[in-house]
Design a protein around this ligand. Sequence first.
Ligand code: A2P
Length: 351
Amino acid sequence: MPKSYRVAILGATGAVGTELLKLLESRNFPVSDLKLLASSRSAGRTLSFRGESIAVEAVADGCFQDVDILLASAGGSTSRAWLPQAVESGAVCIDNSSAYRLDPSVPLVVPEVNPEAVREHRGIIANPNCTTILMAVAIWPLHQVQPIRRIVVATYQSASGAGARAMEELKHQARAILEGETPTPEVLPYPLAFNLFPHNSPIADGGYCEEEMKMVNETRKIFGAPDLRVTATCVRVPVLRAHSEAINLEFDRPFDRDRAREVLSHAPGVKVVENWQSNYFPMPIEATDRDPVLVGRIRQDISHPNGLELWLSGDQIRKGAALNAVQIAELLVSEAGRTQRTPLSSTTSAN
Ligand code: A2P
């Protein structure tokens, strides 16, 4: 009888949390007991898991005592406030927030890229930023064939990246504008319906916003390439769910586009979507609710002999967040089975 685990989701009522719930069920993750945690606003709400109704609890002191794996997706400040206690209680935390991603003692994992990094955890494993995960899955296989020297990426990010309330706001806003009203945005800073704006994360030094710097720093950490040159422009677009990215890669010698297509057509987590005759390429609407990152428009960069262009769409809530986190949990389980060590034990005790 395979071992089962006591799992908790922190942020269970959110866009990523509800997807985590679905994925644990559809991927038949070995759950013996499931605890759903959110803020006190949601206490008492029920959510369904394997046909059973489970009441959401407000996160509180002592609530991690009986938890083996905590999947956290309730924002950075909530993770900072609660994860140390969860680790102290013996849970392994897979954190979807940015709180610990660049901490050198915390592995930052995309299972298709650096699965071995999970072995180094000390109680927390970080799930990367959504746009970074989607890009990493698509370009890592190429990087394995010929090292990438420079990445120039522009993103087209959906409302889902700002959570369930932003998705609702986009729907209401679109309806209201069509009825001649001028709704006041409450979740996002500017109207998103029939509009777009540079990503709304805080601007850091040099004019890059935090989301852009996440793509730079997290890609370097996941690839184990601290000097990789990366520049990003992140934009919020009026798409409900699934992000898209235009990526320009520079290698140290030419990378033939047919060879790139061939490599990507066998790459884990990637689906090549291209029909040049009908101008049919990845679209967020087709990436929605799907696991693979859709990649297409693979073409030679006419402005640089060593450049390659590609385009992708990927479900931000699924592979960009919840699926990646559940895949990390699956890695932990298979690692525990492989090593016959105490399941999920960390390499060193948490500090
Ligand atoms: P709640 O629904 O009770 O506010 P999203 O990213 O879709 O906005 O979801 C955020 C998730 O994080 C929700 O489940 C939300 O719970 C939860 N959350 C937000 N703030 C806190 C907090 N301070 N403590 C616990 N959970 C929180």
